[in-house]
Design a protein around this ligand. Sequence first.
Ligand SMILES: [Zn+2]
Length: 281
Amino acid sequence: MDRQKHKCIFCLEESENFKTVEHIVSESLGNTDDILRDAVCDKCQNYLGKEVESFVLSKTPFAFWRTIYGTKTKQGKEPFFNIILDKKDKGAISNYHPFSDSNIVIHPAHFNNEYVIRADVSDMALLERIQSGQKRRFNIVLTPKMLVYMGRFLGKIALEYWCKNYGRNIFEKRFDELRHYVRYGTTNAMWPIFHWQLAEALLKYEDISDGLQEHTLYRYAYGEIKAINKLLFVFDIGSERYAIIMDEKYPDSDILTYEMFSKLFEDIAEFPDIFYYSQLK
Ligand SMILES: [Zn+2]
């Protein structure tokens, strides 16, 4: 049987290996509708699912929102947020931070028929401080590894929605640096991520018919930065907003002003935090 050749939007290789359907946003975040066919080769899909998505959706703030919402995997597994950092600085990208709490797993539980969030703390010293009342909140610091993987995750979604909406424009050279970052990562310089806290969480339930509920856990938008002719991708999840510039890793800092951001999106009320480590080790 003849199968057609397609070109992959990440590795740029042409092949016939496009058997599986790509979910732009993982099904673990509740996406069943936004899919791509014949755009991401099986090898890249497999790699990105196993390497990038599985890390981001269990060990970063994206996992936190999945857990709060209770979105199960397609195999019916419960979500969890696994805050277990390395004990010391090791590996090519550090997943360690001296000021972060660690050894905590946050997961859903059912208590008196109610959905509750439970935190299991396996660090005995930390547990003692919680039980004695000395410690009242967890301090979670985003490590270089978390931010690199979150950037790759956002870049993947940004490129895939662009492909879905604008087709072959996805192969323009201006996206090459981002597609490479998404597919192959980096050990020397991360893609900066802009971050805002939204006034209200997106998390909501709406009755769409008897007993059926629809939710809005995430949403996305693109904005054109006219001053430098660049493209911003924005992804909201829970009460957080993340953004990356898709076609410029290090934009001129002069254009990164509150005015620039607020012109793009009228619900942006302040200058973002910029998540960035200049050294990953
Ligand atoms: Zn590929």
